[in-house]
Design a protein around this ligand. Structure first.
Ligand code: SF4
Length: 87
């Protein structure tokens, strides 16, 4: 899928803003913000086996139907979810 640059920036900005809000709510509720090492490792394995994964940048490809997020940050947060429901 071809994604215009402006639309891509808007999507990434919305994703990041959503993550900030969800994380703030998580903290306000006294719940853990960061995923456990085991959970992060499970997510890494899943991403590396996925056709949306961009190895060079460790991002999830918008062009291939993913979210476009930078995965080290996304996988580290308890509130984040894989856009394809893999994790
Ligand atoms: S977040 Fe989900 S869709 Fe994106 S690379 Fe990881 S497993 Fe694939």
């Amino acid at each position: 899928m071809n994604f215009p640059a402006g639309r891509k920036v808007a999507r990434l900005t919305a994703n990041a803003a959503g993550a900030v809000v969800r994380s703030a709510v998580q903290v306000a509720r006294g719940r853990p913000l960061l995923a456990t090492e085991d959970e992060k490792a499970r997510r890494v394995v899943a991403c590396r086996a996925c056709d949306c994964w961009i190895a060079a940048t460790d991002r999830c490809s918008i062009e291939r139907g993913g979210c476009g997020c930078w995965l080290p940050a996304k996988r580290a947060l308890t509130v984040e979810r894989c856009p394809r429901g893999v994790w």
